[in-house]
Design a protein. Structure first.
Length: 634
């Protein structure tokens, strides 16, 4: 039944007649060259989710928003922060995709990756998704691509703000307040506070977030200085996995036993960031980005503290009206202190060069190169952490050519060479049989984007070869590492696929569809686990009146092997379709009310499915659930 609904929606989008033409190609985004450009100028299959779209679709977190991007597979795991997979990275996607907050990497030095659940969605201006993009600009770990979360800047207004309240299923209760002002002629200041509590779907689970943010912007004669601070505290509980028999008995239950991993914990995070932009003259721009983060993690399984410093100075020079040169460096220093255990450190220094030139207003050529030195240190070698000091020197390369064949249409060809070094958790659990090596990937991509009538269309085909892929070798176990050891795969891993998206614009209706098809090969023809061959998304947004908007979204996930099933021994996870609806009513005086239903047809699916010695283990996802709330802006 659900598949029929999806097919009807796709057919309706295809045969509808045009009423008006939108300007998606002219949207401004931060490109892989770290400078403002339009979607039309970027030789990548980029997807942009605006803050308005995120709110209209009822997303409460970054991960919920990204589920509506076909090129991203979101992996939740019962209370833990989600990880984002692009182009079939599989179980190690947390280390193979770089997630940025206003251009600064959120990735940690270990397997914990990035934590996006602590980012209030109401503060997001847009989310930019660039598959296979960013290896030159960001280096280590960008082989799957980059996701840039851009937050809203303070407004140039004397007094403004908002208050909001939202309630929903599973004890969800969210309250928020924000205020902004202008001090003098140049200083803009904005603060926000969010408190969100949720018991979650299953027994024992909870996910509570408290966040405070401060954003400032000081306008200069030839640039600006921006400073931001955010404090967040998350209290969470993870219910752990269930067997298929336990799922059939009660999907909502939580089993407590020595073999079931249940986590009760808390994270506290302080993030300081600043960016400085100075236009030396009309041809030369200087940018400096800096962030400092300290995070404390406490749980019944482990306790640690992580500090990360990131600095990135950059110069952009327009050497003529058709070309520009970007030169930059970045410095990363991270340290994790495990209470009553090891102190693990990662220090990195990289430099990059990007040149872009446009010929005859039709041909654009871009070349980029990066050199990065990375060093890991461990204060104590023991039975659990068996490395002391490891160094890597790696290169990244990007070559693109695009052709503007009409006023709105362009096609492009790109080649990207990227790398990823083992993170501290992988180094700590390394096989004794092999030396450490960096994982290296080469990506070839051919794409097109255009406006045809009332429709924005983009698509690409890609092929990725990876050597020395990092993975968990389950054949080599010991008393300290009963799940196995990490290693580099001796063979070549292959990923190939196609991505397509369409967006149709009418008088009151916008219909968007996207489809990603993937084929993967790992370990002599075995498929990479956790990667569906097909993911499709359909979204319909209808402006019923000037004040009332209706949104309906659909997501389809094809069959896949369970995570960690590299040998493809277990049964495949069934395919499924999700649908959600939402309504927004804007009174026009600052008051907006909203409500919606998630998992409209009550699909029985799973946030995450893992594979172990006893077969598949399941983390059941929420059934049909509801939410409603209001927000008042002044």
């Amino acid at each position: 039944m659900n598949k029929r609904f999806l097919m009807i929606g796709l057919l309706a989008a295809t045969i509808a007649s045009a009423e008006e033409k939108a300007i998606r190609l002219e949207e401004s985004v931060i490109t892989s060259e770290d400078s403002e450009a339009t979607i039309a100028d970027i030789p990548k299959n980029i997807t942009v989710l605006t803050g308005e779209e995120i709110i209209q679709r009822g997303a409460q977190t970054v991960s919920e928003a990204l589920k509506l991007v076909s090129s991203v597979t979101v992996r939740d795991m019962g209370g833990a922060d989600a990880q984002f997979d692009m182009r079939g990275q599989g179980a190690t996607s947390k280390s193979n995709v770089i997630v940025l907050l206003d251009g600064a990497p959120l990735n940690s030095i270990d397997m914990s990756g990035y934590k996006t659940s602590q980012i209030p969605v109401d503060t997001i201006e847009r989310i930019e998704v660039i598959p296979s993009g960013g290896s030159v600009l960001y280096g280590d770990g960008a082989i799957g691509g980059t996701i840039n979360i851009v937050t809203k800047a303070p407004l140039d207004k004397a007094n403004y703000g908002n208050v909001g309240l939202e309630v929903g299923s599973y004890g969800m209760f969210k309250k928020e307040v924000g205020y902004g002002t202008k001090i003098g002629e140049k200083l803009l200041v904005e603060v926000d506070y969010l408190d969100r509590k949720k018991d979650a779907y299953r027994d024992y689970q909870k996910d509570n977030l408290e966040s405070f943010g401060l954003r400032t912007k000081y306008n200069l004669e030839n640039g600006y200085l921006g400073l931001k601070y955010n404090y967040s505290k998350t209290d969470f509980r993870s219910a752990g996995a269930l067997t298929k028999e336990e799922v059939n008995q009660d999907r909502e239950q939580s089993i407590f036993s020595p073999m079931v991993w249940r986590v009760d914990g808390r994270t506290e995070k302080n993030n300081f960031s600043g960016d400085y932009v100075y236009n030396i003259n009309s041809d030369l721009e200087f940018k400096l980005l800096g962030t400092y983060t300290d995070e404390n993690y406490y749980s019944n399984s482990s306790n640690y503290k992580t500090n990360i410093l990131y600095l990135k100075p950059q110069m952009k020079y327009l050497y003529n009206k058709n070309g520009y040169l970007v030169i930059g460096t970045d410095y990363y220093n991270g340290e994790t202190k495990i209470f009553k255990g090891n102190d693990l450190k990662k220090e990195s220094f990289g430099g990059y060069l990007i040149n872009s030139y446009t010929y005859d207003n039709k041909f654009k050529f871009t070349q980029g190169y990066r050199r990065q030195n990375i060093e890991y240190k461990n204060n104590e070698v023991n039975s659990r952490v068996n490395f002391e000091n490891e160094k890597f020197k790696e290169d990244a390369l990007e070559l693109t050519a695009s052709y503007l064949y009409s006023e709105s249409g362009s096609t492009y060809l790109s080649y990207t060479k990227g790398f990823r070094t083992p993170n501290t958790d992988e180094l700590a659990c390394w096989t004794h049989k092999k030396d450490f090596e960096a994982q290296k990937s080469e990506t070839y991509e051919l794409g097109i984007k255009d406006f045809i009538g009332n429709t924005y269309a983009s698509g690409s085909i890609f092929y990725i070869e990876t050597k020395s892929e990092l993975y968990l070798d389950k054949e080599e176990k010991d008393s300290e590492h009963r799940w196995g050891h990490n290693a580099n795969y001796d063979g070549t891993t292959k990923r190939k696929g196609a991505e397509m998206s369409l967006e149709h614009y009418f008088d009151k209706l916008t219909i968007s569809e996207s489809l990603t098809y993937m084929e993967t090969e790992f370990k002599e023809g075995k498929e990479i686990p956790g990667v569906p061959k097909v993911k499709a998304v359909l979204n319909l947004n209808y402006r019923i009146t000037d004040k009332l908007t209706f949104n309906n979204s659909w997501e389809y996930y094809g069959k896949m092997y369970a995570n960690s099933d590299e040998e493809n021994k277990g049964e495949k996870v069934d395919d499924y379709i999700l649908s959600g609806i939402s309504l927004n009513y804007n009174f026009g005086n600052g008051l907006v009310i909203n409500g919606g239903i998630n998992n409209l047809f009550n699909e029985k699916y799973y946030e995450y499915v893992g594979y172990g010695v006893k077969g598949n283990s399941y983390y059941p996802a929420a059934e049909r659930n509801y939410y409603a709330g209001f927000k008042y802006n002044f």
